[in-house]
Design a protein around this ligand. Sequence first.
Ligand code: SF4
Length: 307
Amino acid sequence: MTRYQPTTKDVLQFLRSLKDAGVTEIPRVHVELSEAWRRTSAESAVAKSDVSSSASPNTAGSEGQGIGRASKPRTPGVVAAKQVMEDVQSKPIQDSTALGLAPTQIDGAYPSRSQSENLDRALAILSEEVSQCQACPELSKIRTQTVFGVGDPRARVVFFGEAPGADEDRIGEPFVGKAGQLLDRILSASTFRRDEVYILNTLKCRPPGNRNPNDVEIQNCGRFWQRQLELIQPEYVVCLGAIAVRTLLQTDRSIAKLRGDFHRYRGSKVLVTYHPAYLLRNESAKRLVWEDMKLLLSDMGIEVPKS
Ligand code: SF4
């Protein structure tokens, strides 16, 4: 299926419609323009409300509210619509697909904050794109729903897993089955609440029979998690299990060899540890995961609990 690519004329028309609706400022997030173009005029009114609130100093303050020790503040800067119109005339608009990075680009820095000012909205648009994705025919045909990610997008630490299972497919949230309950206990023991971190998977759709994702599926879905991390820009990524490790770090080295030290994905420090599902089958590995979590906490400057 050919993706719709708005022309500069389309974008200008869209911006004029926003202007006619009374919008004077919009977030400087180019990805939103091509996606928002598809919205109806009624939704434009909602966009106006969103834009207005993001421009408000009060909203900037509320974005910081409830951000705990594991979260970091964001500044939702805005630019005048006139400036954006000049921008779109001087360079092509990119959609989130075009912004997706090749999996091998693990060393480049994250883009500047100006590309991801309206974080919640950019993630919502990306989530909507994921929900429409049919790149993997087998998975998109049998899924109940896509499983995008959950938690605080301003979190310092992101937990990166493998793929949804049956419970996740049913509920639409990562790590909600038995392995998810164990992850919650690991988080709790590490003094994190689930809503203080962000949790996502390599794949957004459940592989049938809980089989491992294949290489094509991992490749297909790469642009989505890459874009999520690009938006969230976490200080730390904790890779849970071999598939997450292989996908993020582009390595076939074992978890046993990689754990116990920090690695790098773009601007994030990466810690490698075992998947909670593995711990359910291998009780003795829990001690190793706790060692990894203590290393994470120490590096984050968080006091390590006694037990
Ligand atoms: S797994 Fe990812 S790439 Fe494949 S259909 Fe689902 S959302 Fe699309």
